[in-house]
Design a protein. Structure first.
Length: 354
């Protein structure tokens, strides 16, 4: 789902009747075709790429986690902000889940709720600081990133002996290793390539899709990102919408931290260290504008899947980590350039139509 807020249509009706956007302009369709094409290409070059249990299962598990990370960034971008602390918020939320399991002996569901509450709280603090002081989200979230880096490390050092919580409640091992093949209705079972951990990603996508596509609050979030001054004059409480966006961003980041911890089996301070680049790649490649006002939930999933397929495919082809990062950096640069080009072209079309 792509949701956007745009100016009123000023193009005369006779100029728009019968006009259809070519299929190749549809960004989500293009991403889907590219993901499938690259998957086939890597499968031909390295047949092991299509192994459902050894390659596709961990690949889709990573994609599920990083999609939630990208959704956390997307929510912040929807109001024209960014969250540079998305990785540290993931570690902060996972810290409380691990603490609950290790010290309070909570069941898995209760620890997850504690994790989400911690992430939402730190996101709310960040949003409140931005709305209250008027300081750029870049500055505030960067400062929050450094603050959480020190805080999380100190708390792990004080509360653990090996800088990690290793207590695993019942059910968390199933999230890490079980796939849909372990869910059967009679003789029919799911795919062994799709992890059960992906259920959290699906729920997050459905929730955000409903928020931005079907609710007034979602439209107000997009209006705040598209034109904060106009939104304020329209009676939209932009400060509260900024607070809400960062609260949701923190909550989703914490969910991603829980998923990452469940995927590895330990809750440690290094969770989220590599979340920053994927958070922007998935959102921007999927069609979310850096300037706010346009989001794409499904596009974020496809953008993240594209990055995951490229990373796994090049890894199987023997490309080193340093080269992988160079390629991913180039992809982000191209995505940012495309974002700017798309904005300029849309503006020129509106100008010509008037």
């Amino acid at each position: 789902m792509t949701t956007s807020i745009s100016p009123p249509d000023t193009v005369p009706q006779e100029k728009t009747v019968g006009h259809r956007m070519p299929f190749w302009v549809n960004q989500r369709l293009g991403l889907l075709v590219l993901v499938i094409a690259l998957g086939i290409l890597f499968g031909v070059l390295r047949p092991a790429f299509l192994d459902q249990r050894l390659v596709l299962f961990p690949l889709l598990r990573d994609v599920a986690t990083l999609t939630v990370v990208a959704l956390a960034q997307m929510v912040a971008l929807s109001v024209g902000h960014m969250n540079l602390a998305v990785g540290r918020m993931a570690a902060f939320g996972a810290l409380f889940a691990g603490l609950g399991y290790d010290r309070l002996h909570l069941p898995m569901q209760a620890g997850l709720l504690l994790c989400l509450a911690a992430g939402a709280a730190i996101g709310a603090v960040t949003g409140w600081l931005i709305a209250r002081t008027g300081v750029s989200s870049f500055v505030v979230t960067l400062a929050m990133d450094f603050a959480l880096l020190g805080l999380v490390s100190l708390m792990y050092s004080a509360l653990t002996e090996d800088a990690a919580f290793t207590t695993r409640p019942a059910g968390i091992d199933a999230l890490r290793s079980y796939s849909l093949a372990d869910i059967c209705l009679g003789p029919i079972c799911g795919s062994p390539a799709i992890p059960q951990l992906a259920q959290f990603t699906v729920l997050a996508m459905l929730g955000l899709g409903f928020l931005y596509g079907c609710t007034r609050i979602g439209r107000e979030l997009l209006l705040t990102g598209a034109n904060p001054a106009a939104a304020e004059l329209s009676g939209i409480p932009t400060g509260r919408r900024v607070l809400l966006a960062h609260t949701l961003s923190g909550l989703l980041a914490a969910l991603a931290g829980f998923m990452a911890a469940a995927g590895t089996g330990t809750f440690r301070a290094s969770i989220g260290d590599d979340f920053m680049l994927p958070s922007f790649l998935g959102a921007v490649l999927g069609g979310t504008l850096l300037t706010g006002g346009v989001v794409s939930v499904l596009g974020t999933l496809l953008g993240t899947a594209l990055v995951g397929v490229i990373r796994k495919g090049l890894d199987l082809l023997g490309v080193g980590l340093e080269s992988l990062n160079i390629y991913l950096g180039c992809i982000l640069l191209l995505a940012l350039s495309a974002d700017r080009i798309r904005t300029v072209v849309s503006y020129r079309k509106v100008v010509r139509s008037t």
